[in-house]
Design a protein. Structure first.
Length: 259
């Protein structure tokens, strides 16, 4: 009776925690500085092309050198809630360099490495774009590690709760199949996520916002294609192995009866 209850509790918590860990892994991977810089880079390119046309790298360098001949800095105006204050880039940083690369890097670092004087929940409530920060990424990384430790812990407890190896293998096979299906559904509902984000980011007036949102969604779901394939295959393998062991046990028991 107690073993049966423990089996249900531990196995349920293992599946839930495994799904939570996967979600946190996706968020932590998505909110890295490298990914955020890719998003900002597209935004900067779209704004530049709408104002100056499709200039070559050499033309952009010549243009910024001309600008810096009569000015000491370039001012990037604020665009709340993403850019909360004007960003000044000195001409010494811009001269003879591709301005798009310098501007993208400057905006990315200013936003991503901003210092926040609030806890995770309060920051997220005050500014949804807090997710694109080093502080938030560190929090997601911490939560991911905690969920992974708990997943492993309840995985071990589930192993103990099951008496036979065929039962253990079948359970873990089913668990990985569930996570594989969950990953597959997330991947296939990316269009719905795109529409939700387009509505959420409608307050930001940026050229090519649809392409930026598409990139955001792709960066978030891109690991899922490999994850769902691996988890589904692993699930099928473990489930099949469990039933195979179950069949061997049945054959052995049958032979013993004949003897």
């Amino acid at each position: 009776m107690i073993r049966g209850i423990a089996k249900i509790v531990f196995s349920s918590l293992f599946i839930i925690l495994l799904s939570i860990w996967l979600t946190l892994y996706l968020i932590e991977n998505f909110t890295t500085y490298q990914n955020f810089q890719k998003i900002i880079n597209i935004g900067v390119q779209k704004i530049a092309s709408s104002q100056f046309g499709n200039l070559t790298k050499e033309e952009r360098i010549n243009l910024i050198n001309q600008y810096c001949s009569f000015s000491s800095y370039l001012e990037i105006p604020k665009n709340e809630p993403l850019i909360e204050k004007n960003i000044n880039i000195s001409c010494s940083e811009l001269k003879n360099k591709d301005p798009l690369e310098v501007i993208s890097q400057k905006i990315s670092s200013e936003i991503y490495y901003k210092q926040y004087n609030c806890n995770f929940v309060d920051c997220l409530e005050e500014n949804p774009f807090y997710v694109f920060s080093e502080s938030a990424n560190s929090s997601f990384n911490f939560f991911e590690k905690i969920s992974l430790i708990l997943t492993i812990l309840f995985g071990i407890l589930t192993l103990v709760a099951y008496k036979s190896w065929d039962g253990r293998l079948k359970f873990f096979g089913i668990s990985f199949l569930i996570v594989g299906i969950y990953s597959f559904l997330l991947l296939n509902y990316s269009d719905s996520l795109t529409n939700i984000l387009l509505q959420k980011f409608s307050q930001i007036q940026v050229e090519g916002m649809d392409q930026i949102v598409n990139l955001i969604v792709q960066l978030f779901v891109s690991p899922l294609e490999l994850i769902y394939k691996v988890t589904l295959l692993l699930g099928v393998f473990l489930l099949g192995l469990g039933y195979f062991l179950n069949y061997l046990t049945f054959i052995r028991a049958k032979r013993k009866k004949k003897k």
